[in-house]
Design a protein around this ligand. Structure first.
Ligand code: 2M8
Length: 435
């Protein structure tokens, strides 16, 4: 471990931690609390400041709505360096939204369950951490109830997302075909992200029109889930989102077993698990591509592209060992090679791949962290080690960036890190990976 860099990682997290008891992903660019960022951040804190780790999760879970929903951004302050902010999202339109915090009316991948388990794994004082978990765990369970009751209209055990921002992989080329089915108005608005980061590394204005339009439809319906399921032009079963839910279900089962009692909840979780895993394997695996893919529920068709999300089921123990082998072959065949770092966010052999643009190709540390653990779990030790080594090398070489070029420096191109710098989850998961 490089001591200096480890100290720098801690400095990044501590500087991004705010008085309100939450951590911003990156100063300027992202000035509020984001749901899945918070989870990864708490894992980093757990290694050196347990109280901050608990505070991070406590604050996030405190933003829960009356129906179990947990929003994707919690607007703790009136900072206007981000668009679209609280006034655009208007979470107050939903009758059960938090009265304490303004937020968005959409969510993000359900990481909280497995984050609590990671915090318990890392904690030296297990009793103290279990006491904390006892206080918070039911909120995560209620969040899963919300998903299964409101986001699974066909009762398949697979939940939908209604906005690309819910996926976390905002401008993935996977959504391009959905944008082709829509024709949103040209909105007039002032972007803030491109004042912090070069526009070539961010989504286009036209993409933002689509993002805002979907929110407008949800708002016209007061963020009512039934109406959204009926009317949203974007309705997708995302393998990453569903894998996170399944991973968190499993974590909740194991944590409830540790706590004792809670038989009813464990029984419900086991039922969800059996159904979700079966449907996931049945519906989202594309035999020809040798990978899991997204399913467009609105237009009733599979979106047949390979992304780093396609491999995330490894993290949640979803594929059989045989299928895991197929997945890893696909990964190494298309995303691997001596001239590349693992793991590009989008298929480098596809025309839509862009190594510098956000979720259209660059390497993301949170995805690599999940893939590393998944590969290790299936005993792909060499690939797992490479995933970890590549992640650490990218950070050592370029810094705690938001995302990284997957191409190795051969002299012609100048690959580097992109997006926000001093990025919290890159620092947090670096801390976890080198520990
Ligand atoms: C990015 O998304 C936000 C919207 O949620 C944005 O571009 O403004 C994504 O990378 C998302 O996954 C992440 O949680 C967020 C904050 O780091 O930034």
């Amino acid at each position: 471990m490089k001591q200096e860099l480890y100290k720098k990682a801690i400095a990044v997290l501590d500087a991004n931690f705010q008085d309100g008891g939450f951590t911003i992903p990156s100063a300027g660019l992202y000035p509020f609390q984001w749901k899945w960022d918070s989870g990864f951040i708490a894992i980093g804190f757990a290694h050196y400041d347990v109280e901050k780790a608990k505070t991070e999760m406590r604050t996030l879970l405190d933003s829960q709505w009356g129906n179990g929903f947990i929003p994707h951004i919690v607007f703790h302050t009136d900072n206007d360096s981000y668009f679209p902010g609280a006034d655009f999202h208007q979470s107050e339109l939903h009758p059960l939204s938090s009265k304490k915090y303004r937020s968005t009316g959409m969510t993000q991948p359900p990481v909280s369950g497995f984050v609590l388990q990671e915090m318990h794994r890392i904690a030296e004082d297990k009793n103290d951490m279990l006491n904390f978990i006892k206080e918070e765990i039911d909120k995560v369970f209620d969040n899963h109830v919300y998903f299964y009751e409101n986001r699974d209209p066909k009762d398949e055990g697979l939940v939908y997302i209604y906005h690309n921002w819910e996926s976390g992989t905002d401008n993935s080329p996977v959504w391009d075909d959905i944008w082709d089915t829509m024709n949103p108005p040209e909105y007039n608005f002032v972007r803030k992200d491109t004042t912090h980061v070069d526009a070539s590394q961010r989504p286009s204005k036209r993409e933002y029109d689509h993002y805002l339009y979907i929110i407008d439809i949800a708002k016209q319906n007061n963020y009512d889930d039934g109406k959204i399921a009926e009317l949203s032009p974007f309705l997708v079963q995302d393998p990453l989102f569903n894998a996170m839910l399944i991973k968190s279900n499993q974590a909740l089962i194991e944590l409830y077993e540790l706590i004792g009692g809670n038989e009813d909840k464990i029984k419900t979780l086991l039922q969800w698990q059996a159904k979700s895993i079966a449907s996931f394997n049945e519906k989202l695996f594309d035999v020809e591509l040798g990978a899991y893919v997204h399913y467009d529920l609105r237009n009733e068709k599979a979106i047949r592209h390979i992304t780093s999300s396609s491999f995330s089921p490894l993290f949640a123990n979803i594929p059989s060992p045989e299928r895991a082998k197929v997945l890893v072959n696909t990964m190494m065949d298309k995303f691997g090679g001596d001239d590349r770092y693992l793991c590009a966010s989008f298929d480098p052999t596809n025309d839509r791949f862009n190594p510098r643009k956000y979720w259209r190709g660059p390497v993301w540390i949170n995805m690599n962290w999940m893939l590393f653990l998944g590969l290790k779990n299936y005993d792909f030790s060499n690939v797992a080690e490479q995933m970890k080594k590549d992640s650490i090398e990218l950070i050592e070489r370029y810094g705690f960036y938001e995302y990284f070029d997957c191409r190795k420096d051969t002299g012609n191109e100048k690959p580097t890190g992109y997006g926000g710098n001093n990025f919290s989850w890159s620092a947090a998961l670096y801390i976890d990976m080198v520990n």
